[in-house]
Design a protein around this ligand. Structure first.
Ligand code: ZN
Length: 306
């Protein structure tokens, strides 16, 4: 059984400014995010019985090493466009903060960033996070390449594996933009396409309390949050939101863990925005309560990062 749902398009742009202390490549990145997605079919779910918010093993080698965090409700926070910085850098501070809180997250990594910033590459998997592919050069796969991303995503997977030991298991297209060619290419590469249901607009406001508020106010069991480990304000805002939501019973897991917890089997080439009840059971759902957009998304993106 398979569910598909197309959601309203979201647009977002990103400007990567040279980030102090983050080394070379004063990148000018771009992002133009449009959302559309579907939820996949039920698969093998594993849930464990702890109710105290602590992590408990749920079986399997992977879980024994990095047990899925346990809560009453689950969300996945994702970080695009990183890594940022090496030792003492932004991504390292973020990883420290996530580790201190027992959080798993999904990092959609750009190859051109990893080339500069890879000193913490081994930490992702060691600390239970998930590797995601966000293209080698942050190119728009629906219009800036002709092969649907085969080369941009395929080469980035190889690069990520060379630093982390494993290829990514999920991908997010630049700007969330995809078409049938992109889907076919990602199917060929074995990668599910992951979008999001909560947009922090962190690139736009660069304000920690704004990031926190957007996450907390749109929190929902099964939601996927979009943010970028490019900004100090994002690191601060996300960690503050996590503190607040953990106190409400939320646990933060990777996208693949969230799918597993919600009985969804991620399929290569399929598009997913979230695993909320409304998305997984559209026939039963109350009238849609979509995460709002503030209606002020930019209509133009900066040129893609080199
Ligand atoms: Zn991006």
């Amino acid at each position: 059984m398979k569910f598909k749902q197309t959601l309203a398009a979201l647009l977002c742009g990103i400007i990567l400014l040279g980030t102090a202390g983050c080394g070379p490549s004063p990148a000018t990145g771009s992002k133009k995010d449009s959302g559309s997605g579907s939820a996949g079919a039920p698969g093998s779910a594993q849930t464990a019985g702890s109710t105290d918010g602590s992590a408990v093993p749920t079986g399997g080698l992977e879980e024994e090493k990095n047990p899925i965090p346990q809560g009453d409700k689950y969300m996945a926070i994702t970080f695009d466009d990183g890594p940022t910085g090496n030792e003492g850098g932004r991504t390292e501070r973020l990883l420290d903060g996530l580790k201190a809180r027992g959080v798993h997250a999904t990092f959609f990594l750009c190859g051109y960033r990893i080339k500069d910033f890879h000193s913490m590459a081994k930490r992702y998997l060691e600390e239970g996070h998930e590797l995601g592919n966000h293209t080698m050069d942050h190119l728009l796969l629906d219009r800036e390449v002709s092969d649907g991303g085969l080369q941009q995503v395929g080469s980035n997977s190889e690069l990520i594996a060379s630093y982390t030991g494993e290829k990514p298991t999920v991908m997010r297209p630049t700007g969330g933009a995809y078409n049938d060619t992109v889907r076919a290419s990602m199917k060929q590469l074995g990668l599910p396409i992951i979008l999001w249901s909560v947009d922090t607009l962190d690139w736009k406001y660069r304000d920690a309390s704004n990031v926190k508020t957007r996450i907390v106010e749109n929190a929902q069991d099964g939601a996927i949050v979009l943010s970028h480990d490019l900004y100090e304000t994002t690191v601060e805002g996300v960690l503050t939101a996590i503190d607040e939501l953990q106190a409400q019973g939320y646990a933060f897991v990777t996208v693949s863990e969230l799918a597993q917890l919600k009985d969804v089997t991620l399929e290569p080439g399929e598009v997913y925005t979230d695993f909320t009840y409304e998305t997984l059971h559209p026939a039963d759902a109350e009238p849609a309560s979509q995460p709002e957009s503030d209606g002020t998304e930019p209509t133009e993106a900066e040129p893609p990062a080199a």
